[in-house]
Design a protein. Sequence first.
Length: 105
Amino acid sequence: MKWKQSSTPPAVAHLRLVRPMKFVLHFTFVAMIFSTMLLSSGCEEKTVATDPSAQSTPGSTKILEAAELVGYDGKALRRSVDRIKDANEKRGQQMEKTAESGPDQ
């Protein structure tokens, strides 16, 4: 038995096969771009303005008290860090005074 091969004109093949595939390809491409834009707009990083003077105050070490949750003495840790920060600040002020007075001659 021999199969009869039917040939369709190229114009008919273009109408039935190529056009729908082009539409699906374009639609998929547009949908991917749109969904990427939506996802990336939700992932913008929010910047928080920090006050540099608030970082040098003793209250900024309050979060160290949370160390009690993992077994450390949070209050003692906070006091220790506060003392270190105060000593560092005093030393910085002394160095500024020394620098302002100029070299001894």
